[in-house]
Design a protein around this ligand. Structure first.
Ligand code: PEP
Ligand code: MG
Length: 513
């Protein structure tokens, strides 16, 4: 079992397995400080600008069209006369060359930042450009990258740092900041570099840790175990050979995708996903200082639904965890499951109502997709009733709950739950750890433990109750991707398995042979 599975937004379709190389970007944090010292003046600045422009030209030679456009835009900034004028004014006012450069790039960036979201993101590129000019002024040497294949782990990377990595042995990229629509992400896609951005907990990764970067599901496995490595080694081979045509195979169940961001939809489709079995919505919330607005959420859910016409898309409302507390959400009193999943949402009804409303609005915009909504970590029948009532009142038609704790697998509880929900989904990661009293922090992937008899009995029973009541029942924990476990779940009667898109072709091949 991996030491940890981190989640972010996946960029591209690939998977990579290699050691982590931690890269601390030289941010000129004192962009506002008085501490910078070079006094070499305009000639040195012009030479530095020309050096960066030359680097851009060189990078442009070996890149795709979309990346070339990004580089051209950066070069235009360097050549912009108003930038040079701004630098000159600052020098004339007595600024040293570094401060003049910083000031001029910063004001160019501010113009963009004021235009809002999309442009604000682009304004970071201008800041990075200024930083590269200062590197040149300071005579800073280029970074030395490892000669062995490596996964670069950084807070954020600018487009220029990205292009310099093109000639290195980089095989994957993990950043704690950034977004899937940034220029860096576009360049990563152009380089076919498996990338996960906006990864919460990336600081947990140590230099040299083995990582699996699964850009199709936005997951980063830290110190994966043998089963996970074997699965992903197969996935890498499948991707390279493009041999498995999932749609052409006869499969005993639907194979759905587990996603953490709408940016992963394209990958899911390319791997043959027949819908989305688990859309984790945490990414919208994690790392934020204020709750994501209704509009932000409608946009993200709409982007997701738009990619899956006529297919089932199961979105899970926020699964808050105590190891990821959020400043804008209240914690409840301590106690079993108190600050997880649905119970945590019950303590924050506004957040839940906003999320359900956003889902309902997105669904109205995309009636062609079959949106199903479910609550995580429901721990008794009353909660299931409560969630279904709330969601339906807000216009959601197909509402279900996750089965993740043993308390809801008791026959009398199950009986009530199956009568009220439209579908069930078993989260084997949590169900395994709570049934066997394992600590999730040490073992996120309950891949082999899921086959402990106690756990299997619960999964069998839940499947039996759901099937008898005529309700769809799926498995969306990591165990769904493990062939031996998947066979058992199918025997019990599940109607879908949901897994990382990159693992769908491999499982489909095994299930159909
Ligand atoms: C699970 O517990 O199996 C599950 C799918 O949820 P998560 O891993 O997001 O807790
Ligand atoms: Mg869970």
């Amino acid at each position: 079992m991996s030491e940890r599975v981190l989640v972010g937004a996946g960029v591209g379709t690939g998977v990579s397995i290699a050691s982590a190389f931690i890269y601390r970007t030289d941010r000129y944090v004192p962009w506002d400080s008085e501490a910078l010292g070079s006094t070499r003046g305009l000639i040195a600045i012009k030479a530095a600008l020309a050096d960066v422009a030359q680097e851009i030209d060189k990078a442009r030679e070996s890149t795709d069209e979309e990346s070339a456009d990004i580089l051209d835009a950066l070069k235009l900034v360097l050549e912009d006369e108003s930038l040079m004028e701004n630098i000159k004014v600052r020098l004339a006012d007595g600024a040293n060359s570094q401060r003049a450069v910083i000031g001029a790039f910063k004001s160019a960036a501010q113009v963009l930042a004021q235009l809002g979201d999309y442009f604000a993101e682009r304004s970071n590129d201008i800041i990075e450009l200024g930083e590269r000019v200062i590197d040149k002024l300071n005579g800073k040497q280029d970074s030395v990258w490892p000669s062995e294949p490596f996964v670069l782990v950084a807070d954020n990377l600018g487009p220029l740092e990205m292009v310099k990595l093109q000639s290195s042995s980089i095989v994957g990229l993990v950043t704690s900041l950034g977004s899937p629509t940034s220029h860096t992400s576009i360049l990563a896609r152009g380089m076919n570099l498996p990338t996960v951005v906006s990864v919460s907990g990336a600081e947990f990764i140590q230099a040299g840790d083995q990582l699996i970067v699964d850009s199709s599901s936005g997951q980063v496995f830290v110190k994966p175990d043998e089963i996970e490595i074997a699965q992903y080694v197969n996935a890498v081979a499948d991707i390279a050979q493009e041999v498995v045509d999932v749609q052409a195979l006869e499969l005993p169940v639907k194979l759905y995708a587990n996603l953490g961001s709408s940016s992963e939809g394209a990958a899911a489709l390319s791997f043959g996903a027949q819908g989305v079995g688990l859309f984790r919505t945490e990414l919208l919330f994690l790392g934020e200082k204020v709750a994501p607005s209704l509009e932000t959420q409608v946009l993200e859910y709409s982007r997701l639904l738009d990619q899956f016409p006529n297919q089932v898309v199961i979105v899970r409302v926020l699964d808050l965890d105590t190891d990821k507390p959020l400043p804008f959400l209240k914690l409840t009193e301590t106690g079993k499951y108190a600050n997880r999943g649905f119970q945590a949402l019950l303590a924050n009804p506004e957040a839940l109502i906003t999320q359900l409303t956003a889902l309902s609005l997105a669904s109205q915009k995309h009636p062609e997709a079959k949106l199903w909504v479910m609550a995580p970590m429901v721990s008794n029948a009353e909660q299931a009733v409560q969630f279904v009532e709330m969601a339906k009142k807000l216009g959601l038609e197909t509402v279900g709950v996750m089965i993740e704790v043993p308390e809801v697998c008791e026959p009398e509880v199950l009986e009530q739950i199956v009568n009220v929900v439209d579908f069930l989904s078993i989260g084997t990661n949590d169900l395994t750890q709570y049934t066997l009293n394992q600590d999730r922090l040490g073992s996120t992937q309950a891949l082999s433990m899921v086959r402990e008899p106690e756990v299997l009995e619960l999964i069998r029973r839940v499947t039996e109750f759901a099937t008898k009541a005529g309700k769809p029942i799926g498995i969306c924990g990591e165990a769904a991707s493990d062939f031996e476990s998947a066979k058992l779940f199918i025997e019990y009667g599940v109607s879908s398995l949901s897994l990382s898109p990159a693992l769908i072709p491999g499982l489909a091949r095994e299930l159909s042979s």
